[in-house]
Design a protein around this ligand. Structure first.
Ligand code: GLN
Length: 261
């Protein structure tokens, strides 16, 4: 005889999550209950979340701009703070334009672009095979490799938009990240080197080769990294960037345009 365990109530799950230090236990309990196939599976999912594993890995997905994005275990979890960058990318991409999402991770930004601008071509890259698998699951045309390197060479100089959420946390600040990011997410997706700009600088250089004159570059960054990048942006042929700030006035990204040379 098969014994099935009854599902515990949402309140019971929520109180376990609250006990483990979750900030939004009721919402997370609802997600875990929806993801679980039976009582034993739910127990496994709750235990993983109690240990601190990112919710998106436990349920297998997160939401980005209201859409479900699959996130395999081991892949950087798309953040709500990145939605502002994705919205700018959507607004900058012509109906039949071409965009590249570098450091795409799960492909959340690329998938949002595809959904909103269905006539456009959107390509993406990531150095992590697990990220590329997630991006593929999310319907993204993704290439494994560094920044612009693996992209088809015939796209060079033709792109309308380059968008990137590279690792940009200064190495010394990694310890201040929330524990699910710090203890679980791949360090390669977070560690931006001494002042956090190591990969940002390389993205700027790659973007100046990929974009057409007048094309838009959108970068996620934080702190005072816009000032740190000002010189390299100018030397790479970009206009003075616009700061993208969140509701609290914190810097979340920059937007700039490649000038005619
Ligand atoms: N502050 C960001 C976060 O953890 C950093 C993300 C990144 O480096 N891509 O949410």
């Amino acid at each position: 005889m098969r014994v099935t365990r009854a599902l515990p109530s949402a309140a019971v799950v929520a109180s376990r999550l609250a006990g483990a230090g979750c900030i939004a236990p009721a919402e997370e309990a609802a997600e875990l209950l929806a993801a679980a196939t039976d009582g034993a599976h739910l127990e496994e999912l709750v235990a993983r979340r109690e240990q601190g594993e990112p919710l998106a890995w436990v349920t297998g997905y997160t939401r980005f701009l209201g859409r479900k994005v699959r996130v395999q275990r081991g892949v950087y979890v798309p953040r709500p703070q990145t939605e502002i960058l994705a919205l700018r990318a959507i607004a900058s991409l012509p109906a039949h334009g071409i965009a590249a999402d570098l450091c795409t991770g799960s492909g959340a930004v690329a998938a949002a672009l595809l959904a909103e601008i269905p006539g456009a071509r959107v390509v993406a890259t990531d150095i992590d095979p697990a990220a590329c698998r997630s991006a593929t699951e999310n319907g993204v045309e993704v290439y494994l490799g560094h920044l612009g390197d693996p992209l088809p060479s015939d796209l060079r100089g033709l792109l309308d938009v380059v968008v990137a959420v590279p690792p940009y946390v200064p190495t010394d600040a990694l310890r201040f990240l929330p524990t699910d990011a710090r203890d679980y997410e791949p360090i390669r997706a977070l560690d931006g080197g001494h002042d956090g700009t190591d990969v940002l600088v390389r993205v700027v250089r790659a973007a100046s080769r990929l974009l057409r004159p007048g094309g838009t570059l959108l970068l996620e960054l934080g702190g005072d990294q816009d000032a740190l990048l000002a010189g390299i942006l100018t030397r790479a042929g970009f206009q003075q960037p616009t700061r993208l700030e969140d509701a609290e006035g914190d810097l979340r990204g920059i937007q700039t345009v490649l000038l005619d040379r």
